[in-house]
Design a binder for this molecule. Structure first.
Ligand code: GDP
Ligand code: IMO
Ligand code: MG
Length: 433
């Protein structure tokens, strides 16, 4: 069984948590795009793990693979492996074709953002410049990193141009060529034993009937082609990205499940139609604090907004979701009235699913349905709800919380797979179909 798990909004939906509990029944977990711009949180056994590059299945001790579509910062990976207490060759594999983030990528990313009038608010991790270098066919790949001779050749070829660009245009100093080579050759030695062919491994595992999870980073609305361009990341975050990033055929994808926060957040610049601003800003601040909505990678404040059904319908068109995992419903406890955008208006026209209107995302006026809120419960009370759900299913939820999920489910007509009521693995309701 091959299942893709994707962020259904602007990232940080709780993909790490969802992957962690689904990994219990999987044998391989594969990251297929993005890089250390991602920050996926797994909370288990009183421990909080934050992963930027390692697939979130590692906590369940499942084989972790990093696919060719990823841009890999090997410095971050080494740090992550060490923090995790080490990973053996049988626990981690990296596709030999994976693109490598070099020191000049982060410097370029930050320098460019600094000069932009309207900032994207990138994570500064060098993601855009690394994908550009890959597309221009100048990139350094994992197979180069782990081969000293090739690494030296590749760095010698590219470095002078990057230095000129950074120094001449942006007045930024770059570390010396030799010191970069020494550092990366050393890193290459440390990572060499992880080299594999992810595409082959995944295809063979699938043929052997194993369960495989393809773990997306970011979210649909940050997709390079279909997101809120130019306020997007530089990779394909939609389901198709899983096929090109892991090296599998679309024909063997069985399930495509979206992770959807019970409200919406976004970090960085760009339009956000249902953002809580003006009279609602205070409420947004409360939700941010209750939901701990601060970036996992950058610590930045996440912007807070209501759930947006037209954007979820748009996401569904791009992905063909077979199920949704709703997260952070607990955070909405105590909010008196819950608003959900059911449609938007633009240029005097109302629409429920955007097409050309997507171009004018920043000008949309949400049309809201207001639902009654539900009470604030303590963590222990939410855990009690989860215990009761083993018999009652979603009916164990406070009545209005149940109605909220049912309303959204009825509008989108996508089956609910799980509802998450806290950061820990066990704080989850599984819905039986
Ligand atoms: P990801 O990037 O999609 O993996 O999400 P992040 O890890 O960046 O952000 C999600 C945050 O919400 C993390 O701090 C999680 O521990 C936390 N979280 C996930 N699910 C829930 C939930 O149902 N309730 C609460 N209160 N927190 C959650
Ligand atoms: P996870 O996987 C939320 C956002 C940045 C910025 C834009 C471009 O944890 O959900 P980039 O550094 O990729 O060039 O930045 O994308 N962004 C994310 N927002 N979650 C993420 O990852 C993100 N990764 C990038 O804030 O707006
Ligand atoms: Mg995150």
């Amino acid at each position: 069984m091959m299942k893709i798990i994707l962020g259904g909004q602007w990232g940080d939906e709780g993909k790490g948590k969802v992957i962690d509990y689904l990994a219990g029944k999987a044998e391989l977990v594969v990251r297929f795009q993005g890089g250390s711009n991602a920050g996926h949180t797994v909370v288990h056994d009183g421990k909080t793990h934050k992963f930027h590059l390692l697939p979130s299945g590692v906590v369940q001790k499942k084989r972790s693979l990093i696919g060719a579509g990823v841009v890999l910062d090997p410095r971050v990976l080494i740090q992550e492996i060490n923090e995790f207490g080490g990973l053996t060759q049988s626990e981690l594999g990296i596709d030999f074709r994976t693109s490598i983030i070099m020191p000049w990528h982060g410097l370029l990313d930050i320098a460019r953002e600094g000069l932009k009038k309207e900032k994207i608010g990138t994570t500064g991790r060098g993601i855009g410049p690394a994908y550009e270098e890959k597309a221009s066919r100048d990139g350094i790949r994992f197979c180069d990193l782990i081969d000293e001779k090739k690494l030296k050749e590749r760095i010698s070829e590219i470095y002078p141009f990057r230095k000129k660009l950074l120094h001449g245009i942006y007045q930024v100093e770059v570390p010396e060529q030799e010191s970069i080579f020494m550092q990366y050759a050393n890193i290459g030695k440390q990572l060499a034993s992880y080299a594999t062919d992810v595409s082959l491994e995944v295809n063979e595992a699938y043929a052997a009937g194993k369960n495989i999870l393809l773990e997306g980073a970011q979210g649909v609305l940050l997709d390079l082609s279909f997101g809120s361009y130019p306020f997007v990341t530089s990779s394909q975050t939609i389901a198709g990205g899983a096929c090109v990033g892991a090296g599998v055929s679309p024909k063997i994808i069985d399930e495509i499940e979206g992770v959807v926060k019970a409200y919406t957040t976004r970090v960085g610049g760009g339009p956000f139609p249902t953002e809580l601003l003006g009279a609602e800003e205070e409420l947004g601040n409360t939700i941010r604090d209750k939901g701990n909505e601060y970036g996992t990678t950058t610590g930045r404040k996440r912007r807070i907004g209501w759930l947006d059904l037209p954007l979820l319908r748009y996401a569904h068109r791009l992905n063909g979701f077979t199920g949704f995992h709703y997260t952070k419903l607990d955070v909405l406890g105590g909010v008196e009235k819950l608003k959900v955008a059911t449609a938007h208006e633009h240029a005097g026209k109302k629409f429920e699913t955007p097409s050309r209107e997507f171009e004018f995302l920043g000008e949309w006026k949400p049309v809201y349905k207001t639902l009654p809120g539900f009470e604030e419960l303590s963590r222990e009370e939410w855990r009690e709800v989860v215990r009761e759900s083993k018999e009652k299913g979603l009916k164990a939820l406070p009545k209005n919380a149940f109605e909220y999920i049912k309303f959204v489910e009825g509008e989108l007509k996508i089956p609910t797979k799980t509802v998450s009521l806290g950061p820990a693995r066990e704080e989850t309701i599984f819905v039986n179909h």
